[in-house]
Design a protein around this ligand. Structure first.
Ligand code: 4H3
Length: 205
């Protein structure tokens, strides 16, 4: 999208500073072409360590948009004027700096995509995960029952659905308390009931 004779997209900082900055013109023309192609204005997210740190909650909301475009800086950054003009939201994937916004964009894309209907086999597949409920997930086990002398917690093979649910909840609370006590401040500590009953044991789910 560069209109410069050598297709250059970057130049030196006004005021001095290490490295190069991406210029406004190619990004602007790219954005215009994108709008023309999809026939509307996408929600434009700029990946930046200065943005709001990504949360499960924000990803859940972003999954509702029809169109999202992600702008990634490389080099030292981007001319502020194009950011002022087109960016709707600035998001960071954590308090650290990378050479470009591309890996953060992939993280954001994956995080949003797995909450879109039909991407995962069922909504349970993501709604029990760490962070979705504001708590960390309980430990999980698969076959064999005994591996290198370690067995699976008995309750999980008991078939008693209420006890299993209680064990999962206790483990989840214990883990969150031990590993991420900060999350307990904001967590939903009332049990979340779906209004459905367990077909096997009749307990509310
Ligand atoms: C995002 C982008 C970290 C994050 C990024 C993050 C390079 C933005 C350059 C690129 C600017 C430096 N680093 N934490 N790096 O999400 O274009 O700010």
């Amino acid at each position: 999208f560069s209109t410069e004779k050598h297709s250059k997209v970057d130049d030196y900082h006004y005021g001095g500073g290490a490295g190069m900055l991406m210029q406004a013109q190619p990004i602007n023309d790219c954005y215009e072409a994108l709008k023309a192609e999809i026939g509307k204005k996408p929600h434009l997210i700029y990946m930046s360590p200065q943005g709001k740190v990504l949360t499960q909650e924000r990803a859940k909301q972003l999954a509702q948009f029809d169109n999202i475009a992600i702008l990634c800086g490389h080099y030292e950054g981007i001319d502020e004027r194009i950011l002022e003009k087109i960016v709707d939201e600035e998001i960071s994937v954590g308090d650290y700096v990378l050479t470009g916004g591309e890996l953060p964009a992939l993280i954001l894309t994956d995080c949003i995509a797995r909450m879109i209907d039909g991407v995962l086999p069922n909504s349970e597949a993501f709604s029990e995960e760490s962070h979705f409920t504001g708590l960390l997930e309980h430990p999980q086990y698969t076959k064999p029952f005994e591996w290198e002398g370690r067995t699976v917690p008995e309750v999980l093979i008991s078939g008693h659905h209420a006890n299993i649910a209680k064990w999962k909840r206790e483990q989840s609370l214990k883990r969150t308390y031990e590993r991420r006590p900060d999350m307990l401040e904001k967590a939903q500590l009332e049990p979340v009931l779906t209004g459905e009953m367990c077909p096997q044991c009749g307990q509310p789910l």
